[in-house]
Design a protein around this ligand. Structure first.
Ligand code: PMP
Length: 408
């Protein structure tokens, strides 16, 4: 049969990351490509006990169809946790979603028409670009500097349906916006009438100091805020949430009803039960300790092995989250280099896929979350090896002396 695809389906592409992950399933590869949290960090015992309590307490309610808005006590809990972070909202504004990825999909469905403008950071979260793509928007890139998206770029996005922003330990760049930049961005957005969609799954994964308050705390009903339990508990639960202004909430709820009726009530009750047990602060402490060790191992490995490239290779030590963002020497295409890197035993995600426009081919994303520190070092060493081979021939005719000494 010759099926005729809808226009929106033609725009759907396989995730670049998933394609790369297939490549990296070969044994022996140090994969710094994945975006998965560390499985060793999943609170298995606490989840086992919480599940038993849910099944012992109200098993039939837990296994029944449930309210589309989400499990009431979990919505209350989310509102209380956000208040502690400076975001004061009512529990009635919380919509529990099937991962925050569903939140992005619902936002796209409710706010975007074909051709409507959506403003994104450069680089930005690939999964959001995918979620919005089916609404066929015109994606415009926000100019930025070392401190994040520039307020004047937000002002210039006047007319956009929303600006999609990731202030905390951004996927993919790891960057965290400072308080002053947050304020300036929100003020610019309010002045220009550009609503904000704030995606914040990494807030609790701070490694040095808690991040400043969310953008939504200042933006009020000019913001939708998305959160997730994927990185702090486990992504297999598929429990996330969005917080919407009262005026928008019913539409998002209706879109959710059309999508899946409700987020699994069983999982929501398990999440609520586990949070109510009071285990989260100690769990987060342990998680941060684990991620800090990994982050520091990657920073040390990068210094050790990419240091020879001097300022031609640049990265910033992320203050949280799961990712390093590395700029390779100009002229090196990280996607073209990947097959050689995989042959050498390391995988990463080329950065170009994370750009809505004018991709920077010499960038890549490295995850420090899942790989053991000793393997992180081996992976970065392999990366440095293929990089030297790719870079040196390009440089030698011009700067033979400088490069030859730098490489030894
Ligand atoms: N937003 C960002 C920035 C992410 O990195 C992810 C997970 N990779 C998500 C949203 C989706 O997370 P989940 O659906 O598991 O909550």
């Amino acid at each position: 049969m010759d099926w005729t695809l809808a226009r929106r389906a033609k725009r759907l592409n396989p995730s670049v990351i998933r394609e790369i992950l297939k490549l990296t399933e070969r044994p022996g590869i140090v994969s710094l490509a994945g975006g998965l949290p560390a499985a060793e960090g999943f609170p298995v015992e606490a989840l086992r006990e919480a599940t038993a309590r849910v099944l012992a307490g109200q098993p039939r309610e837990a296994l029944q169809y449930a309210a589309s808005e989400g499990h009431g006590p979990l919505r209350e809990q989310v509102a209380a946790d956000l208040a502690a972070r400076g975001l004061r909202i009512a529990a009635s504004q919380v919509l529990i979603t099937t991962g925050s990825q569903q939140g992005l999909d619902l936002v796209g469905k409710v706010l975007l028409d074909p051709g409507s403008e959506v403003a994104v950071e450069q680089p930005t979260y690939l999964g959001a670009l995918q979620a919005f793509a089916s609404s066929e928007p015109r994606v415009v890139a926000l100019a930025g500097d070392d401190d994040g998206p520039r307020p004047d770029a937000i002002a210039a996005a006047r007319g956009a349906r929303f600006a999609y922003l990731l202030p905390n330990f951004q996927n993919p760049s790891g960057r965290c916006l400072g308080a002053a930049r947050r304020d300036a961005i929100v003020d610019a957005a309010l002045a220009a009438g550009v609503p904000i969609v704030e995606d914040d799954p990494y807030a609790d994964l701070w490694l040095d100091a808690p991040p400043p308050a969310p953008l939504a705390a200042r933006a009020g009903d000019a913001a939708i805020y998305l959160g997730s339990f994927s990185k702090v508990l486990a992504p297999g639960l598929r429990v996330g949430y969005l917080v919407a202004p009262k005026s928008l909430y019913p539409k998002l709820l209706q879109a959710k009803q059309a999508a899946d009726l409700h987020t699994p009530g069983f999982n929501q009750r398990i999440v609520h039960e586990v949070l109510a047990s009071g285990m989260l602060p100690a769990h987060l402490d342990a998680l941060r300790t684990r991620y800090r060790i990994h982050r520091d191992a990657m920073q040390a490995a990068l210094e050790r092995h990419l240091g020879v490239f001097g300022t031609a290779c640049r990265w910033q030590r992320p203050a949280g989250g799961m990712f390093f963002w590395v700029e390779l020497p100009e002229g090196i295409d990280a996607a073209a280099l990947l097959p050689r890197a995989v042959d050498a035993g390391v995988a990463y995600v080329p950065g170009a896929a994370f750009y809505a426009a004018a991709p920077r081919a010499n960038t890549l994303r490295l995850s420090f979350a899942t790989v053991a520190p000793s393997r992180i070092d081996a992976g970065i060493e392999a990366l440095a090896r293929v990089l030297r081979e790719a870079w040196a021939p390009a440089q030698l005719p011009l700067r033979r002396g400088a490069v030859a000494s730098a490489l030894h």
